[in-house]
Design a protein around this ligand. Structure first.
Ligand code: DUC
Ligand code: ZN
Ligand code: ZN
Length: 482
């Protein structure tokens, strides 16, 4: 037989096209796309289903200690399984450097956490918290291993100074790597939080006003300026404000090498959700915080216009118990509650239901936001993120008509912040390199069957950048800039 497996009778959707065809798979890759494939050992019937590239979850925290030292509830087994049930066939969690830790050791730590457990193919974004000279010198080795993106923080104890940020951007830029940034102005946040707590406003709901949108706007503006000066590409994670998204859109319109994402919590929840009695609002503490309905509408416009390239979950799972949210105790102010919420399994069903189902985005835009754009930005094209001959057979098969009220997920959490939302359109079967990971709602893949993805540098073709005159030899008297 010419094929190990054929997916027959489905409606194929890519980031650009929707059409009926069969897909033939051999040795884990797509080898044939044609009207009818009849020579396969094994067949999946996709009649009345949509067949699309498997989702790529590009922002999630798995088996990672938070800045406060709290371990996520999900390890690579439960996290990857939950992601697969949500229509993903690969993911890129973070590998977080601890102060004083080498990058080689950081990677080894996370390899040991991921390799025996993941059912999905995975890569890492490396979080840099201690960018000493020795650490920066290690970066080329990390690029060579295929880890081509780095995250830094502009807030928290692990924040970098502007000078450190410039150094990181500059080294990353020289190697074609992408620097990701959590952009909020630390002092603005700290000042607001202190005022709130000093005034006795300690309940979880005060987390929302403690992180003003203005702090995000200021930091995004600064991050884009720093990246211009360092002549390096930049990715802004979890954009939660219209002003922040506009800064990204304006920079991109001028050729800027800037990309950004938003997250389901900013499209589907508002700060009313954090306004709960007792400590229940803790379930909705995430950063940046939940905003309001006009913000949601504006963020949808940026998703539609393409200024926000991804909708990522920012899955940061801390249980509503002493292992997670309340690891610093129950009787605490909002600043001491673990920061983050789950969403790895809800991201795509919510985006499909509220996006495609309600006519906000096309099916092809959905595929781009779910998978293809992440593959392009994070150097995984053409292996991942598309249905094409030669690509890995990373495929999600969706029932567009199944309606379910969101409830319990397959993660290791004890709550779902999106519970109760009626969702139409769910993934039923997910393949990774032709292996069945989930089939008809049942887990098939074994822990450890995922593989590390070696990623390529970012392709900046078509993104010329925004030149800074002082870097131009014709305007800086031919200065020698080392
Ligand atoms: N930033 C993240 O990206 N995730 C969780 C919390 C945070 O501040
Ligand atoms: Zn962040
Ligand atoms: Zn995050």
């Amino acid at each position: 037989m010419a094929h190990d497996l054929a997916i027959r009778g489905g409606l194929l959707a890519t980031a650009t096209e929707t059409y009926r065809a069969d897909i033939g798979i051999r040795d884990g890759r797509i080898v044939t796309i044609s009207e009818a494939i009849t020579d396969a050992e094994d067949v999946i019937n996709a009649t009345d289903r949509i067949v699309m590239p498997g989702g790529i979850e590009a922002h999630c925290h798995i088996a990672q200690e938070s800045g406060m030292g709290v371990m996520t509830s999900d390890d690579y087994e439960s996290g990857s399984i939950s992601a697969a049930f949500g229509g993903n066939s690969s993911f890129i969690p973070f590998a977080a450097q601890k102060k004083g830790q080498s990058l080689t050791n950081t990677m080894q730590t996370y390899d040991a956490r991921a390799a025996p457990k993941s059912v999905l193919d995975w890569s890492y974004h490396l979080i840099l918290t201690d960018p000493t000279k020795a650490v920066l010198a290690e970066l080329p080795e990390v690029f060579a291993k295929g880890v081509t993106s780095f995250k830094v923080f502009m807030t928290y104890a692990s924040r970098v100074s502007d000078a450190q940020f410039l150094d990181i951007l500059s080294v990353a830029g020289k190697h074609g790597a992408l620097t990701m940034v959590h952009a909020e102005n630390h002092d603005m946040l700290d000042w607001m939080a202190r005022r709130l707590v000093d005034g006795g406003n300690v309940a979880p709901r005060y987390h929302a006003p403690s992180r003003p949108g203005l702090a995000e706007e200021e930091a995004i503006n600064r991050a884009i300026s720093l990246a211009r000066l360092a002549e390096a590409p930049l990715f802004i994670v979890h954009v939660s404000t219209p002003a922040g998204a506009e800064l990204v859109a304006n920079a991109r319109a001028k050729g800027g090498q800037v990309w950004a994402e938003t997250c389901p919590q900013y499209l589907f929840l508002t700060r009313e959700d954090i306004d709960k009695p007792g400590m229940d609002g803790a379930k909705f503490i995430c950063s940046p915080p939940l905003r309001d309905a006009p913000t949601q509408a504006a963020l949808w416009q940026h998703v539609q216009a393409g200024s926000l390239s991804l909708v990522s979950s920012d899955h940061a799972p801390y249980r509503y118990d002493d292992s997670g949210k309340f690891s610093a105790g129950r009787d605490v102010n909002f600043r001491e509650i673990a920061n983050g919420m789950p969403g790895i399994e809800m991201r795509l069903p919510l985006l499909f239901s509220e996006g495609v189902g309600k006519g906000r985005i096309s099916l092809n835009q959905f595929v781009a936001l779910a998978s293809t754009n992440a593959a392009m930005i994070y150097g995984m094209m053409p292996r991942k993120g598309t249905l094409s001959v030669g690509a890995d057979a990373d495929i999600a098969i969706w029932d567009p008509n199944e309606t379910r009220v969101a409830g319990e997920m397959h993660d290791a959490m004890d709550y779902n912040p999106f519970a109760g939302i009626e969702v139409t359109g769910w993934p039923v079967t997910v393949l990774g390199r032709g292996r069945r990971i989930v089939e008809n709602g049942k887990l098939i893949a074994e822990p450890g069957s995922g593989q590390f993805i070696k990623r390529a540098p970012l392709d900046l073709t078509g993104h010329p950048g925004q030149p800074v005159p002082e870097l131009d030899p014709a305007q800086n008297f031919g200065a020698n800039l080392s």
